[in-house]
Ligand binder design. Structure first.
Ligand code: ADP
Ligand code: MG
Length: 685
């Protein structure tokens, strides 16, 4: 149960004054559903304004606060802007311009002859100075001068800076004092502000120590939760599994295992032989051959007389794994069953019976395999194929609940830098498939300016004419979700004009059945071109798809681009990946795309990407979706995570864990960052 003193922070957003049904959606899109979320919605940056006595003191491009007196309205004909001419104390004239609907408020805000304090950016329009859509217009100087430094928050459609800032202010004003959870020595040494102060400071202006404090808290909560779970796992009992190899010897493999595969299998085999349940992550790029490693692991369980289950994130992937595993395992005579939410009737009953009486030793499926109706005779190993890039660790740990704890193997295709592995998976054991099977064709990767769209489409047409298939990927980021969705649909419409029924569209807002149907049409070859947002990221395997076009490639994280690109180059034919980029790219963005062209080594891309962005990263330029953290950015993760990790260890090993004074403060922290699964698991076990 959440400690009572945190309750005010977890009430719904609409308990804040001014939040009605109209704001619920826009807030939700930013992840702001409870009061707590507003506290941690930190500014991207701050606008700094200078108060000037008159416009002679200001330069064009500068953000200023100045007193101006409107002298004339100049409305343009048609749909042009309203310009309010206003003069300063020295007699300089400046236009304050309002476009579109804003022109209604222009006249109201600026009555002729009455002096107002105006905050905004000074621009030039022809020969005239101009301020377009002033940020603030106030009647007295006090309010205006209070706006010299102002936060700029990430927004969503339907929200304004002012609105959001007021809500955040309200939320911050209501936070309780909480006891300190950071180790006192470290706290002093780092000169951090207390939690409540840090929240206030971080929203008020650029304040490194305050941002660090909040980031540190998030990292500490994460480290602590992972460590609690790891320790709880060590104390549990699983079933030691020792196989004699008789089934593994009969796997049908047309190839020799790579060194990395052999090593990983040995590591898993050693874990399974122990009483303590395995908690291991198998990390390997797309195509590195994780499936056969999973099969070997499952056959060890079967050789030892137990059952194994493999959890796939989607129906399609479950089927694909099922087919592949069945093919490889034919010679072993081991029965493998498929179980998904779609299976009904007699076939489903037969599978359930077989799992119950143990006659089916291996099952592959979606989360349906863990429903209450499914009973296993002797389930001793669970393999989890990745779904959410950052959910694996947590889910794997939750799978440890219950009396008999199965061994767990999680598989992820996201190569992440070593620092981040620690952040996401804590002290889980890791096996890395850092060696690709021989004979993979390099993917010809090119960066193409978006102006050459017509050529690109013609290229796709030639490609499809050869009988091969292609992917067309459009970006989808949360901040611009509706625009992005519209862009993806527009592209689909355009391509459909050209390619007709050969094109299908898949995106995250389709109903699951519609999505599956479209994917299946593509996978079976019925459709030739798949237009998609990033939902194809995980695991789709269509070897005949040998071309991928990625629009606005610069907006993707490199890990994501790498993952996407891994969808092609799976068959014998040569594959191509076209990264379409927009005109104006920063140096870093150019280097990042160049890196994609240069290498296909996921681990290298992950490390260099972290270097490229980690160093020069500014406030607010963090890329969402690249880490499991909302507050800490990459640079902070690198700098603060080792400290947080040691701090968590001290708390657990020296300072009595969650008991004692600091321990109960740390418990608050876990709930605050919703890492309370750590606490719950502790109690449950
Ligand atoms: P992952 O799941 O890691 O993306 P898969 O297990 O699907 O990769 O393997 C990708 C392809 O490589 C499959 O066609 C598989 O049969 C093949 N493969 C796996 N291991 C080897 C190997 N040691 N030598 C050659 N091919 C391999
Ligand atoms: Mg796979």
């Amino acid at each position: 149960m959440r400690p009572d003193r945190l309750n005010p922070l977890f009430v719904a957003a609409d308990s804040l004054k001014g939040v009605g049904p109209g704001l619920a959606r826009p807030l939700e899109r930013l992840g702001l559903t409870r009061v707590r979320d507003f506290l941690y919605h930190l500014p991207d940056r701050f606008v700094q304004r200078r108060a000037v006595a008159n416009l002679d003191e200001a330069s064009v491009g500068e953000n200023i606060v100045v007193a101006l007196t409107p002298v004339e309205y100049r409305a343009s004909t048609g749909r042009g802007p309203l310009r309010v001419l206003a003069s300063d104390a020295a007699g300089n004239v400046c236009a304050i311009s309002y476009f579109g609907r804003a022109s209604y408020s222009g006249k109201k805000q600026l009555p002729l002859g009455e002096t107002r304090w105006i905050a905004g950016r000074l621009d030039q329009y022809g020969q005239m100075l101009q301020i377009v859509h002033p940020d603030h217009v106030t009647e007295e100087s006090g309010a205006a001068l209070g706006q010299l430094v102002e936060p700029v928050y990430p927004l969503s459609e339907g929200l304004t800076q002012g609105r959001l800032a007021a809500l955040i202010h309200q939320a911050v004003a209501g936070v309780p004092e909480l006891p300190e959870w950071i180790e006192p020595g470290l706290f002093d040494k780092m000169k951090l502000p207390a939690w409540r102060d840090a929240l206030e400071l971080a929203h008020k202006g650029e304040h490194g120590p305050a941002r660090d404090r909040l980031a540190y808290d998030e990292l500490l909560a994460n480290s602590l939760a992972l460590m609690l779970v790891r320790n709880a796992n060590r104390a549990r009992h699983g079933t030691p599994l020792a196989g004699d190899g008789h089934l593994r010897a009969r796997i049908d493999l047309p190839f020799a295992l790579t060194g990395a595969q052999t090593r990983s299998i040995a590591e898993i085999e050693a874990d399974l032989a122990q009483q303590a349940p395995m908690l291991r992550l198998l990390q390997g790029d797309v195509g590195s051959g994780k499936t056969v490693v999973a099969l070997e692991a499952m056959l060890i369980a079967v050789e030892a007389g137990a059952q194994a289950a493999m959890l796939a994130p989607t129906e399609i992937l479950a089927r694909q794994h099922f087919e592949t595993l069945k093919r490889m395992a034919t010679g072993t005579g081991v029965e493998i069953a498929l179980l998904t939410g779609r299976d009904k009737g007699r076939a489903r009953e037969a599978t359930l019976m077989g799992l119950h009486d143990g006659s089916i030793p291996i099952v592959v499926g979606t989360h349906a395999i863990f429903q209450d109706a499914v009973q296993y005779r002797n389930l001793a190993l669970v393999v989890i194929d990745e779904q959410h890039r950052f959910g694996v660790g947590q889910r794997l740990m939750l799978a440890q609940k219950g009396k008999r704890t199965p061994h767990c193997l999680a598989m992820t295709a996201t190569p992440i830098p070593r620092t981040l592995t620690l952040a996401q998976y804590g002290e889980m054991d890791v096996s890395r498939l850092d060696e690709m099977p021989p004979g993979r064709q390099p993917i010809d990767t090119r960066v193409v300016a978006v102006e050459r769209m017509a050529d690109v489409i013609a290229g796709v047409e030639r490609h499809l004419a050869t009988g091969q298939q292609a992917y067309w990927v459009c970006p989808m980021v949360r901040e611009l979700e509706s625009e992005d969705l519209a862009a993806a649909e527009a592209r689909y419409a355009e391509l459909k004009l050209r390619f007709g029924d050969d094109v299908v569209l898949v995106h995250g807002q389709l109903r699951p059945e519609a999505k599956d149907a479209a994917m299946e049409r593509f996978a079976s070859g019925g459709a030739k071109l798949l237009v998609a947002t990033t939902v194809i990221e995980v695991g789709v395997d269509v070897p005949n798809a040998t071309l991928m076009v990625i629009e606005q490639a610069e907006r993707f994280g490199l890990a994501q681009l790498h993952q996407l690109r891994g969808r092609v180059g799976r068959g014998a034919a040569a594959s191509t990946c076209l990264l379409l980029r927009s005109g104006a790219l920063s140096e870093t963005a150019k280097r990042r795309l160049a890196l994609m062209r240069e290498t296909q080594d996921g681990f290298r891309i992950a490390e260099e990407d972290l270097d490229l962005r980690g160093g020069g990263e500014l406030l607010g330029t963090r890329q969402s979706g690249d880490t499991p953290f909302r507050v800490a950015n990459l640079e902070q993760i690198r700098r603060l995570l080792p400290l947080a990790h040691d701090d968590a260890r001290l708390l657990i090993e020296r300072d009595g864990g969650l008991t004692g004074e600091r321990g109960s403060a740390a418990r608050l922290l876990l709930y605050l960052f919703e890492r309370d699964w750590g606490v719950q698991l502790l109690r449950g076990g």
